[in-house]
Ligand binder design. Structure first.
Ligand code: ZN
Ligand code: ZN
Length: 270
């Protein structure tokens, strides 16, 4: 499995981090890929990697905050410019379908080169995409927010939306091959910001450590953070979590490999 981070900021884009999006290839022999969240600017970020929009066959949106789905119109419009295109399944909370349909109506647009199927998700929704069995899990955030639990022949991965309480996923965390989870704030900065309903680095580390997650990638960092803050974020997570840990940067590419006789490995490949 390959994962490329297209955006790793929380809320707003910065000079180095775009808003949230993640590209995933479940089977690296297959060129088809999926997108998880689609913040503004995602189409530009995709232009910077080798994977192309004509091979994108599925989009999963975690929740309806602007930084997680405002890029979807440009992405669909751009995809339509490819002549030979695979169709798209779009899984998203209620509202995205209406958002896209009204934009298409206002701009008098129909997609000529692919079929778009939009499915509204809720807690417990299940779907099969290529070799992935995907289940929708509920999180704790200001609006309904979801995680996608992905199972393939030999791996289990969770791509999580915004969430103030990582332990809501505890049933799925033991021996999870990879957890991708937000870590918006350092503990010291969260005081007074509790109403934003995000996770701190400390809390994420505690929960991932307690429940035995095999590999962890933290993302969705406050745009105010500089390199020193990021080192502190790392330390906060690491103080409770001893397995492989990465803080995602835009365009980081990871390879997740599994074996029969030992824990799966996660490697930063570029
Ligand atoms: Zn967010
Ligand atoms: Zn949010």
């Amino acid at each position: 499995m390959k994962i490329i981070f297209l955006g790793t900021s929380g809320g707003l884009p910065s000079a180095t981090r775009n808003t949230t999006a993640l590209a995933l290839q479940s089977n690296i022999a297959d060129e088809k890929w999926s997108l998880f969240d689609c913040g503004d600017g995602t189409t530009y970020q995709i232009a910077r990697i080798e994977w192309t929009l004509d091979k994108l066959d599925s989009i999963f949106i975690t929740h309806l905050h602007a930084d997680h789905f405002f890029g979807i119109l440009m992405l669909l419009y751009r995809k339509d410019m490819y002549r030979e295109c695979c169709d798209i399944m779009l899984y998203a909370p209620k509202g995205v379908k209406e958002f896209i349909e009204s934009a298409m109506e206002i701009t008098n647009k129909t997609f000529m080169n692919f079929k778009l199927t939009m499915v509204e998700i809720e807690e417990g929704s299940e779907m099969e995409v290529r070799d992935m069995r995907v289940e929708v899990l509920s999180l704790k955030h200001r609006i309904p927010s979801y995680a996608y639990h992905i199972e393939t022949k030999d791996k289990r991965v969770i791509i999580s939306g915004d969430n103030e309480e990582p332990s809501v996923l505890k049933e799925y965390l033991p021996n999870l091959d990879l957890l991708v989870h937000e870590s918006t704030f350092k503990e010291v900065d969260y005081e007074g910001r509790e109403s934003s309903m995000h996770s701190t680095a400390k809390l994420l580390g505690e929960v991932a450590g307690r429940y035995g997650v095999a590999n962890l990638i933290a993302t969705h960092f406050s745009v105010r953070y500089d390199a020193e803050d990021m080192r502190e974020i790392y330390k906060e997570i690491e103080s409770n979590y001893r397995n492989p840990l990465f803080l995602a940067n835009d365009l980081d590419e990871f390879l997740l490999e599994s074996y029969e006789d030992r824990a799966s490995t996660l490697t930063l490949t570029s």
